[in-house]
Design a protein around this ligand. Structure first.
Ligand code: MG
Length: 174
């Protein structure tokens, strides 16, 4: 049974995933303005991934006979100090999202909602990946410091990031 409590919490999470997409697109715009196309590309992939996350909840709420209720999303930050500052913000953001996913799982458990727990298990695993991805780049950027040459090498590496097929399909199908 899909409780109103779980439905409302998932609608809140749809808002957070769309807001995440918005934040990452703003970060992509910052990197484009700094002539770092690889960093911008990485953030653009992240933008699409977050939209796919929102669609996963959107489809699930619909499949369970619930009502999707979209909510307003806030204005994302526009100005950033440095690539490192951007990725530190991204990491902190993902840690916050992990907390919300954990709260949702706890609620689904409390409500004896096993289908929601199954969906949320995917998100729990995904958040481990999200924190690792951002965290690794934070570490690398700390080592690089002010070395512009090294920053351009990282930019080239980040330009290789691919959108997971699943994320692309989800976005396209919905
Ligand atoms: Mg997400």
């Amino acid at each position: 049974m899909f409780s109103k409590k779980v439905q409302d919490a998932m609608n809140d999470q749809i808002q957070r995933e769309l807001e995440s997409a918005h934040i990452y697109l703003s970060m992509a715009a910052y990197f484009d303005s700094e002539n770092l196309p690889g960093f911008a590309h990485w953030m653009n992939v992240q933008f699409h991934e977050e939209q796919a996350h929102a669609f996963k909840f959107y489809n699930f709420v619909n499949d369970r006979g619930g009502q999707v209720v979209l909510q307003a999303i806030g204005q994302p930050p526009v100005k950033f100090q440095s690539p490192l500052a951007v990725f530190e913000k991204a990491l902190a953001h993902e840690e916050k999202i992990t907390g919300h996913i954990n709260d949702l799982y706890a609620l689904a458990t409390e409500e004896n909602d096993f289908a929601s727990q199954s969906l949320l298990q995917w998100f729990i695993d995904e958040q481990v990946e999200e924190e690792k991805n951002a965290g690794d780049i934070v570490d690398t950027l700390k080592k690089v410091g002010d070395n512009y040459q090294a920053l351009l090498m990282i930019d080239r590496e980040l330009s290789q990031r691919q959108l997971p097929a699943e994320a692309g399909n989800d976005a396209a199908a919905s």
